[in-house]
Design a binder for this molecule. Structure first.
Ligand SMILES: Nc1ncnc2c1ncn2[C@@H]1O[C@H](COP(=O)(O)OP(=O)(O)OP(=O)(O)O)[C@@H](O)[C@H]1O
Ligand SMILES: [Mg+2]
Length: 247
């Protein structure tokens, strides 16, 4: 059974239909990379998975069950999300940003939460920055705290919405490396990114989203080497020029 399945998902904001019938399935341990022009619906698609945005019709299944048939807080614990702009609490240290969910959502006591949070900060290479506030961290470090915070919930699926787009170029690599490690440890990941090096090296499947439809989907090498759709070809050649393939 697939871990995640979109079944003919439609979604609109007012009169504007953003998702126009999205269907795909992901198995456990798959890394699905989604690319597409600005406004094509990539963020909306991710936000639907943990019900930050409601769909109009169709269904989204996690582990075979509709996400609408389960408790939304349980769903959000099972589906971690990493945002472009980090979404850290500025008044909390790195450690406190990670312990917050452990205490509130997983109900751990202070000591257990701190110990668990340290393990997750260590996993993203930030054990030595546990007491730093977000303002004292680089963008790459902030994003790694964001990843540690999501991992601390022990999710089945991780969503990444352009996790490196707000970073200076020299900081992108450290975040990509953490994501690659996660993938190699078997985490199932749905990733919106324009990092083509990551897509080439790590994606099991690459999807090109255009105006709310998946117009092409397949193994990354297939889309890179022999795209069937003209818009895919054009988009990928422009992306590769800008974002290269070296990471
Ligand atoms: N909260 C909202 N209310 C109304 N319209 C929205 C909202 N969020 C997104 N939209 C619109 O939905 C469309 C798809 O937006 P979305 O953010 O999903 O695109 P995207 O592919 O993630 O784009 P980008 O690459 O710029 O992040 C856009 O036309 C956008 O203006
Ligand atoms: Mg977006």
């Amino acid at each position: 059974m697939s871990l995640l399945e979109f079944e003919e998902v439609h979604q609109s904001y007012g009169d504007e239909e953003v998702l126009r019938g999205i269907s795909f399935e992901m198995d456990r341990q798959d890394v699905e990379v989604v690319i597409g022009p600005s406004g094509s619906g990539k963020s909306t698609m991710l936000r639907c998975v943990n019900r930050l945005t409601d769909i109009d019709s169709g269904d989204i299944l996690l582990d075979g069950d509709s996400i609408y048939d389960r408790n939304v807080n349980d769903l959000r614990r099972q589906v971690g999300m990493v945002f472009q702009d980090f979404n850290l609490f500025a008044h909390l240290t790195a450690l406190e940003n990670v312990t917050l969910g452990l205490r509130r959502v997983r109900g751990m006591d202070k000591e257990a939460a701190a110990a668990d949070a340290m393990d997750h900060l260590d996993r993203v290479g930030l054990a030595d920055q546990a007491d730093s506030y977000p303002a004292e961290l680089s963008g790459g470090q902030k994003q790694r705290v964001g990843i540690a915070r999501a991992l601390a919930m022990d999710p089945e699926l991780m969503l990444f919405d352009e996790p490196t787009s707000a970073l200076d170029p020299e900081l992108i690599g450290e975040v990509v490396e953490v994501m690659r490690d996660l993938a190699s440890e078997g985490m199932t990941m749905l990733v919106v990114t324009h990092e083509m090096g990551f897509a080439r090296s790590t994606a099991t499947t690459l999807s090109f989203l255009d105006r709310g439809r998946v117009v092409e989907r397949g193994p990354p090498e297939q889309l890179f080497e022999s795209p069937e759709n003209d818009r895919t070809a054009e988009f990928l050649s422009r992306l590769t020029e800008v974002h290269g393939g070296n990471r």
